[in-house]
Design a protein around this ligand. Structure first.
Ligand code: GTQ
Ligand code: FE2
Length: 340
């Protein structure tokens, strides 16, 4: 005898779900990932151990992904951000490709490595920030002597959730170099901007018009100036945001910051809806939550999830680089912060 299905079963069979049995909407953010610390030394050792077996030719990029322990098998740092540490050895080439995911890179160490981004060959030194907009061709190479390591931060999960992935491989491993290091900086510096010339030609690429590299020497000099003004912010110490000279964040979905925290200086409790990845560029800091604290040494990496309240103390004088999804929150009206 045929059993009559229940109302619940018939609802489910019709591709419907009863909202009356669903969990309630949240009253405040409850992040899908918790705070997490990665030791640079550990990542570097694992990458070096993997390096004879995993070449850039086989793997396209030799990267260890920072995967949140709360998002297993996802390859994601957070619901909107991807992060990884990349190792390139002297003589190696990571072949040219382009994709709809946008990237920034922050250099940990290595001398003589370079990135070609949109035809400009840019040298990479510790603390440099590199911008790689969507759909811009890029390849990496190494003409120096010591292994180069850098942090990649991309909006991979976001591009995935909106079903907008595109990727293309070049038939040339290395791009033709059209511009030497510093070209895009010069065209945007000293209060000047080109109104003629190749920047305004429409090429295959949609992104000719941006700064490829924010060099650490320059950013550090600006941070020094801000710190020596002695007007430290109680919640941030001294903080700079990297800006696109056309206005706004360096990428539409990712903001980058450089922050100074003097030894013994403690910031007051702060929380916001951004998800932030922090790298200690210099010195050592302590990050304190109401139930836990963490010590971060040079080059260590830390994830601060949305709405987790924290404060920071300089163990020594410290400089922090960070990247977050703030532009995404601001542009959609979802940015919230509490200074408490
Ligand atoms: O260097 O082009 O960590 O395309 C992830 C995807 C690095 C890169 C990553 C990439 C790259
Ligand atoms: Fe890439």
């Amino acid at each position: 005898m045929k059993k009559t299905s229940t109302l619940e079963e018939r609802i489910k069979q019709a591709s419907l779900a009863p909202m009356w049995t669903r969990p309630k909407m949240l009253a405040k953010p409850k992040s899908k990932c918790s705070e997490q610390l990665w030791s640079f030394k550990e990542i570097k050792n694992l990458l070096l151990e993997a390096s004879p077996h995993i070449t850039p030719e086989d793997s396209e990029r030799r990267v260890l992904i920072l995967e949140s322990k709360d998002l297993p098998e996802s390859f994601f740092l957070s619901p909107t951000l991807f992060a990884g540490v990349q190792l390139l050895l002297p003589g190696e080439v990571a072949a040219a490709h382009r994709h709809s995911q946008a990237a920034i890179r922050f250099i940990f160490e290595g001398d003589g490595a370079y990135a070609s981004v949109g035809g400009e060959k840019v040298s990479l030194e510790k603390g440099d920030l590199l911008i790689n907009p969507r759909n811009e061709w890029h390849d990496h190479g190494h003409e120096g002597k010591i292994p180069a390591l850098w942090l990649d931060v991309l909006d991979v999960p976001l591009v995935d959730v909106v079903d907008a992935q595109f990727r293309e491989w070049s038939n040339q491993a290395k791009q033709e170099v059209n511009f030497t290091d510093g070209h895009s900086n010069l065209l945007f510096s000293n209060g000047l901007r080109a109104t003629t010339g190749e920047l305004f030609k429409s090429r295959e690429s949609t992104h000719q018009d941006y700064i490829r590299k924010y060099s650490y020497i320059n950013s550090r000099r600006t941070l020094n100036e801000l710190m020596s003004s002695k007007k430290l912010d109680p919640y941030k110490g001294a903080e700079l945001v990297y800006v696109d000279p056309r206005g706004g964040s360096v990428l539409p979905t990712i903001d980058a910051f450089l922050q100074g925290i003097p030894a013994k200086f403690s910031t007051l409790n702060y929380q916001s809806t951004e998800t932030k990845i922090v790298v200690v560029a210099e010195g050592e800091i302590k990050i304190v939550f109401d139930d836990k604290s963490y010590i971060l040494k040079e080059n260590d990496i830390f994830l601060i999830p949305s709405w987790r309240k924290y404060s920071m103390t300089g163990v020594t004088d410290a400089v922090l680089f960070s990247a977050s999804n703030k532009p995404l929150l601001v542009s959609t009206g979802l940015w919230n912060e509490v200074k408490a």
